[in-house]
Design a protein around this ligand. Structure first.
Ligand SMILES: [Zn+2]
Length: 287
């Protein structure tokens, strides 16, 4: 019995210590999250709070994104995901523009055209990149060598260099690539060197691929000098909120990173990319 009480005491202490660690960790911005039914929101927000995630780039169907954004004001950057696999095609460009102008949306993507085998340089995507450049929106695109198993998903439509023409045509585009294009390392090194506007997230790979493979990839990107353009993401959503702490831990356990480099990945790079105001940054740091 005494042993049992001791275990309970340790567990209680752990619960007290965890939020403290999150406080010491500093705020986190999650650049890759997906909305779902509103009944799952409470669990997601609780896990965000535990990990000190103050803000998240949220994409899904507009219906789900608006529901979550309304239910948790200030926590999310609402953004349309398209073409949503098996549900919707490309959104009507005029309706989309109207949503941005009304201030209801603040980002674009996740653009999931790779799931339909459509590469980023396809003409069908061109109007959306033009709109994002014109309205100065942060854009998330799934251009990588991994994805969920879907019959129309094509690896060949996710080669990072397929973005090159888009970047040339839209030099002011603020774009970031899911999973830093994993595992296309040489292509990502080339793309990030030549196009300094390109950022990348470290999302699904934090919990989906073997930890060593993730750390090797991350370490190569940092050694190549891109530590200021990598941003934390969980790719969590209503169906897998539990990956949030695992994603955080995957960065924290990267012993080859300095504390400053971790802070860049967790917060500073995203704050710069998103152009957060001084006031908001101060608020996130409890100042
Ligand atoms: Zn995603």
């Amino acid at each position: 019995m005494r042993h049992f009480i001791a275990v309970l005491t340790v567990l209680a202490l752990c619960r007290m210590i965890l939020p403290l660690q999150a406080q010491q960790r500093g705020p986190i911005i999650d650049m890759h999250m997906h909305a779902g039914p509103v009944d799952s929101l409470q669990r997601v927000v609780a896990l965000m709070d535990e990990s000190h995630i103050v803000k998240a780039f949220l994409s899904s169907s507009l219906e789900n994104v608006y529901r979550w954004t309304a239910a948790a004001p200030g926590r999310f950057i609402p953004s349309p995901m398209f073409p949503v696999y098996g549900i919707e095609g490309f959104p009507d460009i005029d309706s989309l523009r109207a949503e941005y102008l009304a201030g209801r949306l603040h980002g674009m993507g996740e653009i999931t055209s790779q799931y339909l085998g459509i590469p980023p340089n396809a003409p069908s995507l061109e109007p959306y990149f033009a709109l994002a450049e014109e309205l100065d929106l942060p854009v998330l695109i799934h251009t990588a060598g991994m994805g969920a198993p879907r019959p129309t998903f094509r690896l060949s439509a996710g080669h990072p260099l397929l973005l090159e023409e888009v970047l040339v045509r839209h030099p002011r585009l603020r774009i970031y690539l899911e999973n830093a294009g994993y595992p296309f390392l040489p292509e990502m090194l080339a793309l990030m060197y030549q196009y300094p506007q390109v950022y990348a997230d470290l999302s699904t790979m934090t919990w989906l691929v073997p930890r060593q493979a993730f750390h090797d990839y991350l370490s190569a990107l940092v050694r190549a000098g891109y530590g200021k353009r990598l941003m934390f993401g969980s790719d969590a959503g209503s169906s897998r909120p539990h990956v949030i702490p695992r994603a955080v831990e995957a960065i924290e356990s990267a012993s080859f990173l300095t504390d400053e480099q971790k802070r860049d990945i967790f917060y500073n790079n995203a704050a710069r990319f998103l152009r957060l105001s001084e006031e908001e940054i101060a608020r996130h740091h409890g100042r």
